[in-house]
Design a protein around this ligand. Structure first.
Ligand code: GLA
Length: 372
């Protein structure tokens, strides 16, 4: 049995697929996958969360929808790399909230990969699958089997994230650094707040944003002599000079990515230096940029961030994940945690009738690995 955790992203929203910087941390909730071999070529997957079983022959490949696309997609990817010796059975369980922007799908992919890699350790030549390669495989699975053109952040965090640390990642070079996140010692806490809102359209909007970034990079490439492969290569000066080459809304999309990359670098310095107040300001600024320039927020997410801003002792808050629903992440001084929750509950009740947000205070974030 293996596990892999969900993640929240402290800062670096929608920068990964432009080759930019991100600063996620794993949470204290994980997906567990228990596996055993079969003597034939059949795959049987069972998810406790849905009380549902999916079964198919290895050669047929998994369904391309629902939870089985992630677990089955990963198995298929391993099979194509000759890392599966036979069919197998898997039971999937866990406590990462599903579809909430906490990367339950990446956690499922990574837990499946770790479990199967161990189960068939005698089959694969060349030793165990390297963690970075596992993350890359997960991203491909997401593209091929789930139809979401995601970046590398979620799988990378779920596979390489470390307990007690945030993960600074350059999504182009994949160089990374584990940055200590000793929240206890610093008397601060991370609160994840789930709006409870799930939007069907989120996946197609996500792919649309990714395409807008590619178009913005292509337009800048035509107007400068610089080698612009992705928005990662654009600078504030470039946007100032050639901004008119970018038709609305591409100008704002580019402005978000360029400013967000700078904020991540700034935020990492503040985290290194233990200046949580300055880190919080970057986090608030990130939300404003995602809301106004990138347009991936929602009224519910905005209300939670406003409630955080209005609470004494809260240092920063922003939406996390793809957006349009899901969760915010709030960095708060310990004594402010309870106040923030009351405030957010009240704000929600006033604006969205009966809806109640759900709070998770992240205590000990966990990391991927074998459980038994
Ligand atoms: C989703 C994707 C990630 C990333 C975030 C936004 O979680 O899976 O790759 O793009 O959205 O930062």
């Amino acid at each position: 049995m293996a596990r892999a955790p969900g993640r929240v992203n402290l800062i670096g929203g929608h920068t990964d697929y432009s080759g930019g910087f991100v600063l996620p941390t794993t949470i204290d909730r994980a997906t567990y996958v228990a596996v055993r071999r079969r003597s034939d070529e059949r795959v049987r997957l069972y998810a406790t969360a849905f009380d549902e079983e999916v079964s198919y022959r290895l050669a047929e490949g998994p369904p391309h929808e629902g939870w089985a696309a992630y677990a089955g997609g990963m198995a298929d990817a391993l099979c194509r790399r000759e890392r599966l010796g036979s069919g197998f059975e898997a039971i999937i369980d866990g406590d990462v909230p599903l579809g909430a922007g906490l990367s339950s799908s990446a956690a499922l992919e990574m837990a499946t990969a770790v479990a199967l890699d161990m189960l068939f350790a005698d089959v694969a030549s060349g030793g165990p699958l390297a963690p970075v390669e596992t993350a890359q495989l997960g991203q491909q699975v997401e593209h091929e089997y789930a139809g979401v053109e995601c970046g590398i952040m979620d799988q990378f965090a779920a596979r390489l994230g470390r307990a007690g640390h945030a993960l600074f990642l350059d999504c182009r070079s994949l160089s990374h650094e584990h940055v200590p996140l000793q929240l206890d010692e610093r008397e601060a806490a991370l609160v994840v707040t789930d709006t409870g809102v799930r939007r069907e359209l989120a996946a197609s909007k996500y792919n649309e944003r990714r395409e807008e970034c590619q178009r913005a990079a292509a337009a800048l490439r035509e107007h400068t002599d610089e080698d612009i492969q992705a928005l990662r290569d654009a600078t504030p000066d470039m946007l100032e000079t050639h901004g008119s080459a970018l038709p609305e809304p591409l100008d704002r999309r580019a402005r978000h990515v360029v400013s967000e990359n700078a904020r991540v670098l700034d935020a990492k310095e503040h985290l290194d230096a233990g200046d949580l107040g300055a880190l919080g300001n970057d986090i608030f600024a990130s939300h404003a940029s995602l809301r106004d320039d990138y347009e991936v927020s929602s009224p519910e997410l905005d209300a939670l961030v406003e409630a955080a801003r209005d609470t004494d002792g809260v240092l920063g808050a922003r939406m996390t994940g793809g957006g349009f629903g899901g969760c915010t992440v709030t960095l708060a001084r310990r004594p402010a945690v309870e106040r923030f929750q009351q405030h957010a509950r009240q704000r929600f009740a006033e604006r969205f009738d009966e809806q109640e947000p759900t709070f998770y205070v992240i205590e000990d974030n966990v990391e991927a690995g074998m459980v038994s």
